[in-house]
Design a protein around this ligand. Structure first.
Ligand SMILES: [Zn+2]
Ligand SMILES: [Zn+2]
Length: 244
């Protein structure tokens, strides 16, 4: 499975990157995790006619602002998935005039996960995370691999369950090493300790808070710090692809 990091910033775009969006190219389908501003690169990665599933963790703008780019995927077999009915209702509030065209006008289906879970060509588990709004981490089982996607989240028991035994744990790293993690977000050390305890194979740090991680050097320092606690850590830049 190829995984491309299309947006690695949190909050907003800067020269260090676009906001959260991760693209999984699996045998049976494409899976997109969050719809930040990195979403505009998706069309360049669609090499085959496969269904596309876009899973949203929560509706903070840095995770949904890419929805205004949905016309780029017009005519594609795209389903947007949210975990809860309330998220579906809230999303409908956002995806309407005067903000943007409706999903119906765009020809896109929005589904609650439980409605379509049995029809998906991959298995997925969800874990509610610690955040200012209802947020869910996704644990995806595909091609005998486990990809865990944990953002946005503060410290909580569930992020450990989410990450447990994953081949790749994509974790948020909003705060600088000197900032303590809290009920909303993590720092490099906290992410690394979760990865270690959860026995993950590889940890990817993304969702760097744009105003404090204002240089790539600061990301490098975060990586250095995380590496003290969990060696198999990397911090991808926008556009980086790995194969697991
Ligand atoms: Zn965010
Ligand atoms: Zn958030």
């Amino acid at each position: 499975m190829n995984i491309t990091f299309l947006g690695t910033n949190g909050w907003f775009d800067t020269h260090t990157g676009a906001t959260s969006c991760v693209f999984l190219d699996t045998k049976d389908c494409y899976i997109i995790l969050d719809c930040g501003s990195g979403f505009y690169k998706v069309p360049s990665l669609l090499k085959e006619e496969k269904p596309i599933y876009l899973l949203l963790t929560h509706l903070h703008l840095d995770h949904i602002c890419g929805l205004q780019m949905l016309p780029l995927l017009r005519g594609k077999n795209l389903t947007i998935i949210v975990k809860e009915n309330k998220q579906k209702e809230d999303l409908a509030q956002f995806m309407q005039l005067p903000f943007m065209p409706t999903a119906k006008a765009l020809g896109i289906r929005i589904a609650q996960l439980d409605e379509i879970k049995k029809d998906l060509p991959f298995k997925v588990e969800t874990f509610e995370l610690a955040h200012a709004v209802k947020t869910f981490g996704y644990k995806i089982f595909s091609e005998d691999k486990i990809v865990a996607y944990g953002l946005d989240s503060g410290l909580c028991e569930n992020i450990l369950h989410l990450a447990k035994d994953s081949d790749l744990f994509i974790c948020e790293c909003s705060y600088l090493p000197a900032q303590d993690p809290d009920f909303n977000h993590l720092n490099p050390k906290a992410a690394a300790l979760i990865a270690k305890e959860a026995k993950v194979k590889l940890l990817a740090l993304i969702h760097f808070k744009a105003d404090v991680y204002d240089t790539f050097e600061k990301r490098d320092l975060a990586l250095l710090d995380a590496g003290k606690y969990f060696e198999k850590t990397f911090a991808p830049y926008d556009g980086d692809t790995i194969t697991i």
